[in-house]
Design a protein around this ligand. Structure first.
Ligand SMILES: *Cc1c(COP(=O)(O)O)cnc(C)c1O
Length: 346
């Protein structure tokens, strides 16, 4: 049997031999002492890309998000986020558990940001009776929304509104690379509008582990203390930062191939049933399937695909997700389309 095609996530990629060579050769030191040159140069490099003063390397994107929001929001204060955002749904309540942060959410169709919807919810300086809003999180691209790229106009509008209300803005930019490739918006343009940013090296860029939280020096210094307190002060972690440098050098421009293949999958799926996905909305590497009109559940559909050699995610009773990535080529794309077409017909 041929190896299964794995489209559960863009986190499933394995480091290439060239990336492993880069890791093996990376100069290292004890990063808790600030002595790892490869980590230091990675933090400086990514901070400069986004026009930020500093960055701190973390093992996961969840930790990068959590370090960011805890520097913005005090215990008992409120963070606003979209109702299907990663911070709210996929970090196991970390904001509440670790930082005493409460959240309130606004729903957005396909995760697409409408600044007004978020701003209308905000209640800064609420006094001694109601919870005060301190920050808003924006996810770009929006994962559970289907890899949605946030419009720059809405980002500008939410920054303007946040300034008027005295609120901070966090960008969950786990897949900001995909947003940049799809939209052509420069990283330092995105960087302008946010007080803190998290980015993942282990998604589309294909590094095995690693994220970075970016902000000004003061917040990053605080975040370093909390990173250690959480037990994520790492030692000769330049081995991983070496993979991240390699990923930034070699795996950025090719993201457009992931986007093209995701579109091909969406077109094939829509040819079976238009209600499952609108290919026009597939802008990046995520294809979200709405199976509301199908006679099977997402779990049943995923099981059917798996039997045929294609792994996908069932993320809701009727919502399935396919994610294209570095280890998924044109030949596998053809094979995946054949499997999907057979599995989609009831
Ligand atoms: C993957 C992801 C993260 C971070 O996930 P980790 O598994 O903790 O690295 C954060 N935000 C979004 C939108 C993601 O897709």
């Amino acid at each position: 049997m041929t190896a299964p095609i794995d489209l559960r996530s863009d986190t499933v990629t394995r480091p290439s031999q060239a990336m492993r060579d880069a890791m093996a050769q990376a100069p290292v030191g004890d990063d808790v002492y600030g002595d790892d040159p490869t980590v230091n140069s990675l933090e400086e490099r990514v901070a400069a890309m986004f026009g930020k003063e500093a960055g701190v390397f973390t093992p996961t994107g969840s930790l990068a998000n959590q370090l960011a929001i805890r520097t913005l929001v005090a215990p008992g204060e409120e963070l606003l986020a979209e109702s299907n955002s990663h911070i709210v749904r996929a970090e196991l309540g970390a904001a509440a558990v670790f930082s005493g942060i409460t959240t309130r959410t606004w729903p957005a169709t396909n995760g697409l940001l409408i600044a007004k919807d978020a701003l209308d919810l905000a209640r800064p300086n609420s006094g001694p009776y109601l919870v005060s809003t301190t920050a808003i999180a924006v996810e770009n691209t929006h994962n559970f929304g289907g890899g949605t790229v946030q419009p720059l106009e809405e980002i500008k509008a939410i920054r303007k509104g946040a300034d008027e209300l005295g609120l901070a803005l966090h960008l969950d930019g786990a897949r900001i690379w995909n947003a940049h490739i799809a939209s052509g918006v420069a990283f330092n343009e995105y960087g302008k509008y946010f007080d803190t940013i998290s980015v993942c090296l282990s998604k589309g860029l294909g590094a095995p582990i690693g994220s970075i939280m970016l902000s000004n020096k003061e917040r990053v210094t605080k975040a370093r203390i909390w990173r250690k307190r959480y037990g994520a002060g790492m030692r000769q972690v330049g081995l991983l930062a070496g993979a991240a440098h390699y990923a930034l050098d070699h795996n950025m421009e090719r993201l457009s191939e992931d986007h093209r293949r995701a579109k091909e999958l969406a077109v094939a799926i829509a040819s079976v049933n238009k209600s499952f996905v609108d290919p026009a909305l597939v802008e990046t590497n995520i294809v979200g399937l709405d199976l509301a009109k199908a006679p099977y559940t997402a779990a049943e559909f995923a099981a059917r695909c798996k039997d045929a050699g294609l792994w996908i995610s069932a993320l809701g009773p009727k919502y399935a997700r396919l994610v294209t990535h570095l280890d998924f080529d044109d030949e596998q794309c053809k094979a995946a389309i054949e499997i999907l077409k057979r599995a989609l017909v009831a």
